[in-house]
Design a protein around this ligand. Structure first.
Ligand SMILES: *Cc1c(COP(=O)(O)O)cnc(C)c1O
Length: 480
């Protein structure tokens, strides 16, 4: 670099306003009022540092004007204040989507959360006796009423429920599980790993596709603590298969005086057939067929908040409640409020399909979804004129989160196919998906066959969806 340049750079550096001067500038005061002095100072310092680095780099940049620097600082500070966790449109076609927060709560649950969120509540306080109570008190009677269980307790999620059951009843002992049920869910819940952490030795019986009653009988020994069955909720073993029915397995366990535990995964409290959906074993049925304990999630088919419920025999629940680990896995007052409100809705099964969003989505009339599609097609065509072709196509929605792996319900999707050369269609479809995700309320669809598919089953707020269409970056231009 020629020597004269270095002198120029030093002059430019000296001309760069100081952080203090920028903070005192009247144009900076609105930002301080909006995001606070600490964040503004950080942002201004960053911007000044960046400008200094650019000048020292000798690229010959001019010293930025004060208003330019403050503009950059504002952008930085405001970007930091945009909430990271935000609502999105789930148009993926998977109704209970773990990555998208699973079950949206019914309004009754939202109101129940709001009622206790900012105030003290009798979470662990017995109002009648005027002394310490049990947080399960708000939920246990409802779970028992709705499932026929003798007793119940609730923890943070179903993985925690399984961990707590195993650690309470089978620490340093063995649990017998069929090889066909050694499940992994969402990459993070792997039954063998949970068992290890619970201190339980896994005894696998049978083969991947076939397990017989004698396999269980032969595996029972002095170290056996319980027999566990896990609902194979995200896959199905088909073909030459054999599994031992619940009543038989329950009989084998009871002969050996062992608890029979069933991890149901998606806890269903009502027979889904009443809504025209495929049958899914309910918690009540599973207990009636001889399970001593059943574990299930609160935010799958139940349609409530993230939680794990353990329901069943009173003496076993008593042991579980006495485990100090329960304290580390317990739910807070917000979840308690939401779950209680959802369980109360189950008191009236006739109105569930309207009131619980998960069930409302799953039972949505295909004609209604089709009507949504026909209303939206012309609007999308107008917004994306010349960029994509838009059509409404029949598709199948998945229930998701492990429930009913192979069943799917008829639905309708908007299919947005980028116009232009086929060669670049895949990249163009991805770009289109990106643009929808960048909207103020991100729209999450599914890219397949070089097109963006938006399954409309879970789209209820059409007005909000439509209102953002004109913010798509390429209305009237070329997507690529
Ligand atoms: C979903 C599921 C789990 C994990 O439940 P979380 O509530 O996500 O912790 C465990 N077992 C089965 C069978 C499941 O389907």
């Amino acid at each position: 670099m020629p020597g004269g340049g270095a002198v120029e750079d030093r002059k430019s550096l000296a001309a760069l306003p100081s952080v203090d001067r920028l903070l005192r500038d009247p144009a900076c005061q609105p930002l301080i009022a909006s995001v606070g002095r600490a964040l503004t100072t950080d942002a201004v310092r960053q911007v000044v540092d960046d400008a200094r680095a650019a000048l020292a780099g000798g690229a010959g940049d001019a010293v930025p004007a004060t208003e330019t620097l403050l503009g950059r600082a504002r952008e930085r500070a405001e970007a930091l204040m945009v909430p990271s966790l935000r609502p999105v449109f789930n148009l993926t076609g998977t109704v209970i989507h773990t990555n998208l927060g699973r079950a949206p709560l019914p309004e009754e649950a939202v109101a129940a959360i709001a009622a206790v969120a900012s105030r003290p509540a009798n979470l662990e306080y017995d109002l009648g006796a005027g002394r310490r109570g049990d947080r399960d008190a708000h939920l246990e009677a409802w779970v028992c009423r709705l499932t026929g269980a003798e007793a119940a307790t609730v923890v943070n999620n179903n993985a925690a429920a399984v961990l707590l059951v195993l650690n309470s009843l089978a620490q340093r002992r063995e649990a017998i599980v069929s090889r066909g049920e050694l499940i992994e869910i969402g990459g993070s819940f792997r039954l063998p790993d949970i068992m290890k952490r619970a201190g339980t030795r896994l005894v696998e019986v049978g083969t991947t596709n076939r397990t017989h009653a004698r396999d269980y009988r032969e595996a029972i020994g002095r170290g056996t603590a319980l027999i566990l069955r896990a609902h194979t909720s995200n896959y199905e073993v088909q073909g030459f298969t054999a599994a031992v029915p619940d009543p038989v397995l329950a009989g084998i366990a009871s002969e050996a005086e062992l608890p029979y535990v069933v991890d149901l995964g998606s806890g269903t409290l009502v027979d889904l057939e009443r809504f025209g959906l495929p049958h899914e074993p309910t918690v009540r049925e599973t207990l009636e067929q001889g399970a001593d304990l059943v574990t299930f999630s609160g935010d799958k088919l139940l349609g409530g908040p993230q939680a794990g419920v353990i329901a069943g025999r009173g003496d076993l629940i008593g042991k579980i409640k006495a485990n100090p680990m329960r304290r580390a896995l317990r739910i807070d007052k917000l979840t308690t409020a939401a779950l209680e409100a959802v369980l109360r809705l189950y008191a009236d099964p006739d109105r569930l399909a309207d009131r619980i969003p998960v069930l409302r989505f799953l039972t949505r009339d295909p004609a209604e979804i089709e009507a949504v599609a026909h209303r939206l097609v012309p609007l999308l065509k107008a917004a994306l004129e010349g960029v994509v072709t838009v059509s409404a196509e029949a598709c199948r929605s998945q229930i998701g989160s492990g429930a009913m792996p192979v069943e799917a319900v008829e639905s309708m999707a908007l299919v947005l196919r980028p116009a232009g050369p086929r060669k670049r269609a895949g990249a163009a479809a991805k770009k289109l998906a990106e643009a929808f995700r960048a909207l103020p309320v991100p729209v999450i669809g599914r890219v397949a066959d070089n097109a963006l598919h938006l399954d409309l089953r879970c789209l209820e707020d059409e007005a909000e969806f439509i209102a953002q269409l004109d913010r798509l970056p390429f209305a009237g231009t070329d997507a690529r």
